[in-house]
Design a protein around this ligand. Structure first.
Ligand code: IMP
Ligand code: MG
Length: 333
């Protein structure tokens, strides 16, 4: 399938990074292109025992043959991006659209000092204020940046022609469906829509260019920052279940609740999902850690997966069972 869009089904941090990295290597993706908001997202990929954390580059970077792109709808923090290009030595395969908005220090100052934004519990990375400036038509764009000049490329043109010539393209969404400015728990949301339609728009592809929309859920729900979280557990309960997580950008403790079937169903609708991935099954069912065959899962884990399938009406095609990239059950047909 030439073009797959991957989005988060809850509040971000579902483990999209690992799934995208796995798909990029397994399916030998030619291109991974990031949509979404900007460096407020943190993706973590564990590959061959080494942890890779990114905020700007697509998490598909562990696939050496994949070209890494950032679409025009994404905000760029130039320092963060250049540092990642250096750390991961992706200089010759990183491409940025000239129309990406640029985050400057005034945006970060505003994001960290504005009482309203503090109340929402933003990541403080400047993305909200930068998107506001973009809407006011006063933000700077990547085309104005000398430091980015060597990476500039017309991303919509490249992505569309690659899809047309049957190359494999992964479109990486960031955040999660219920952090969407339109479909989320407003005002406790991020600064733009982050459902599949918006992610496509971010990289310049229309809906008819997409073959699959994969929505990613974690086996439990987490949320960082403020806003409603149905069924939220007390911190002691989260700890005793082993569900404790810290935000990869902010280091904040993530709030947690059990898997939310109603939200899962709604995010299938909002994204017109055709495929489902489920991550961290091993955290809820520790005896299933590292398993790579569906049949070898415990009956409790199988029942859980089957219940999800019944409620949402889609097969759970990819299941994460451990930290390592290859700790995956791949049931795609
Ligand atoms: P902002 O996107 O930094 O403006 O933050 C708005 C809300 O979205 C806050 O609750 C953040 O914690 C949350 N948020 C933004 N990006 C992510 C992400 O990548 N993962 C999880 N939460 C996020
Ligand atoms: Mg994250």
């Amino acid at each position: 399938m030439p073009c797959t869009v991957i989005v988060g089904g809850f509040f971000g941090d579902e483990g999209k990074g690992k799934i995208v990295a796995y798909l990029a290597r397994k399916d030998k993706a030619d291109i991974a292109v990031r949509g979404g908001v900007g460096p407020n997202a943190g993706h973590t990929v564990m590959f061959h025992g080494k942890e890779h954390k990114t905020r700007m580059l697509p998490s598909a970077l562990v696939s050496n043959q994949t070209r890494l792109m950032i679409g025009p709808g994404v905000l760029v923090n130039v320092d963060v991006l250049l540092q990642e290009i250096k750390n991961f030595s992706t200089n010759d395969r990183t491409f940025v659209d000239p129309q990406c908005g640029i985050i400057d220090s005034t945006h970060i100052d505003k994001d960290t000092s504005d009482p309203n934004l503090n109340k929402i519990g933003t990541t403080g990375t400047g993305t909200g204020p930068a998107n506001a400036d973009r809407a006011l038509r006063k933000a700077h764009l990547a085309r104005d940046s000398i430091e980015l000049s060597e990476y500039l490329q017309d991303i919509p043109n490249t992505v569309n022609s690659s899809i047309d010539s049957d190359q494999t393209v992964l479109v990486e969404g960031t955040q999660g469906t219920f952090l969407s400015l339109y479909h989320g728990t407003y005002p406790y949301v991020t600064s733009k829509d982050v459902t599949a339609s918006a992610i496509c728009s971010d990289v310049g592809i229309g809906p008819k260019k997409v073959s699959e929309v994969m929505v990613v859920y974690k086996a439990y729900v987490t949320r960082v920052g403020s806003g409603p979280l149905e069924g939220e557990l007390k911190q002691e309960e989260t700890t005793s279940k082993g569900w404790t997580e810290f935000g990869s950008v902010t280091g904040r403790l993530r709030r947690a609740s059990p898997f939310n079937f109603e939200l899962a169903k709604r995010s299938v609708m909002l994204n017109s999902a055709t495929q489902v991935a489920l991550t961290k099954l091993d955290i809820v069912f520790p005896s299933d850690s590292g398993k790579r065959e569906f049949n070898s899962l415990s009956s409790q884990a199988k029942n859980f997966v089957q219940k999800i399938e019944e409620v949402i009406g889609l097969r759970v095609a990819i299941i994460g069972t451990g930290q390592e990239l290859e700790d995956i059950i791949d049931r795609r047909q």
